[in-house]
Design a protein around this ligand. Sequence first.
Ligand SMILES: Nc1ncnc2c1ncn2[C@@H]1O[C@H](COP(=O)(O)OP(=O)(O)O)[C@@H](O)[C@H]1O
Ligand SMILES: [Mg+2]
Length: 356
Amino acid sequence: MNESTFPGTEHVMGHLPVPEPAQPISMPPTTPPSSPPRPAPTAPRGLPDNYAEMPKPTAKLTAEDLAPVNDPNGPRHKIGPTGRPQPDLPVPQPPTKTGPAQVIAMCNQKGGVGKTTTTINLGAAIAETGRKVLLIDFDPQGSASIGLGVQPHDLELSVYNLLMQRDITPDEVIQPTRVENLDLMPANIDLSAAEVQLVQEVAREYTLQRVLDPIIPLYDVILIDCAPSLGLLTVNALTASNGIVVPLECEFFALRGLAMLTDTIAKVQDRLNPKLEIVGILGTMFDGRTTHAREVLDRVVQAFDERVFHTVIRRTVKFPETTVVGEPITTYAPSSQAATQYRDLAKEVLARCPAG
Ligand SMILES: Nc1ncnc2c1ncn2[C@@H]1O[C@H](COP(=O)(O)OP(=O)(O)O)[C@@H](O)[C@H]1O
Ligand SMILES: [Mg+2]
């Protein structure tokens, strides 16, 4: 799909509540595929105004940073894959109480960047720390459900029913998974109808938030696996969330379309959900052996600075394998590098979320 057009975006964005006088929000003009992403008119909170310009990175590391890690007289830091000193992140302590949940949307309108893989494996890694975690499959393709061993076409009730039928309660839809502390609100192709049907609803952007309200006290973290679009379902996910994690595949076109995403985030912040924050940008499918992947990551750090997670998820065939077996990497290959990376990401996410 040509992600510079985003079918369906215009009608959704055109229906966001707009201050007087009511007029459709004009989306940025489509950019030809070869041109760099357009900077959004104003950068969303926490991002530099020039975040889309992406100048060549300059080394910001001091000689101290670059000293060997095991030098007993040297500094404690080592350089991580993002080219910055790697912080020592605290091991998350088990929580003393449950809830209220942090709600985090995994969002990038580009498909195949690692949203679903991150939802499942970050969720499982947080669940390992003793926190109660709910994963919401919010993609009609049902990939998060499949990745946890649930067959979407066998479902009697899914997140679709919760959105569209007021007499259905979350406990009728939520299922436990094989992973302790990890529950799933599954989805299937029915959800694609919600994108259309919700347009008729009053306060349509708040529908998912209404569904989640009663279960916020029951979980510590709720992760929403968004569909690869910026349509009404994704706007619902962003409206119901406190935070966003943006997975970016470490390849040449990774930053393309990001201006459109940050523009949508800024609109949701302004008009629907002022508490929404970008928790972090996550480099995925990183191949450290190629200078190309390192260059892409350098540029992402240049553009988003401290918003980029220190943790990077490396490319490995283990992830496609976990989809086949229907379980997270943390249980399928608990001592693999890939499992360690998602546990590190869990530490970073919990450290960045105030109630973590
Ligand atoms: N770090 C990784 N290394 C190798 N393959 C990966 C990695 N992360 C995800 N994948 C694979 O890439 C494909 C797309 O990932 P997915 O998480 O479904 O992306 P999205 O949800 O953004 O469409 C899947 O087949 C998945 O198994
Ligand atoms: Mg997906």
